[in-house]
Write a protein that binds this ligand. Structure first.
Ligand SMILES: Nc1ncnc2c1ncn2[C@@H]1O[C@H](COP(=O)(O)OP(=O)(O)O)[C@@H](O)[C@H]1O
Ligand SMILES: [Mg+2]
Length: 139
């Protein structure tokens, strides 16, 4: 196991996923990539100006969150990368995993805005369904 990708959306569940991914990466001396996707807004009733403003807020939130993670991981004795992308979260996770040829994708079972009604959230479900490599959904 050389490369591990962990998807982080700022939620407690993805913090848990990050801890597990780090534990595996450290024990196997793998590189770790932390990916956060700024979700694209599809709400058609939004004006372009509102859409832009909300996207800016989401971007800043995501960058702040990455900075917090970067600090918490500083000094770890493995290679760690931090990526912020924009678009459909599941698609960006799958695309990044494919491009980087990762051996494992780690996600949380739930995220920030979802409901606990479903066994796992829609992003992790889509990643499990379409990924070509193993996926670990951390509960
Ligand atoms: N925007 C995102 N960027 C990176 N990872 C994400 C993003 N959204 C969700 N994930 C990953 O998917 C996991 C499950 O989230 P999700 O499927 O969105 O559940 P929910 O429906 O509860 O929000 C998260 O813990 C995280 O690992
Ligand atoms: Mg979500």
């Amino acid at each position: 196991m050389q490369r591990i990708l962990v998807a982080h959306d700022g939620s407690k569940a993805s913090d848990k996923a990050l801890r597990k991914a780090l534990e595996i990466a450290l024990s196997m001396n793998s590189s770790l990539t932390v990916l956060a996707v700024v979700p694209e807004l599809y709400l058609t009733e939004l004006s372009d100006a509102d859409r832009q403003r909300i996207t800016e807020v989401l971007k800043r939130e995501t960058e702040d969150n990455m900075e917090r993670i970067r600090k918490s991981l500083s000094g770890k004795p493995i290679e760690i990368k931090f990526l912020v992308r924009e678009g459909d979260p599941a698609e960006k996770i799958l695309e990044t995993a494919h491009k980087m040829k990762v051996d494992l994708i780690v996600t949380g079972s739930h995220g920030k805005h979802g409901t606990k009604k479903f066994l796992i959230g829609s992003v992790s479900a889509k990643v499990v369904e379409y990924s070509k490599c193993p996926v670990l959904v951390v509960k």
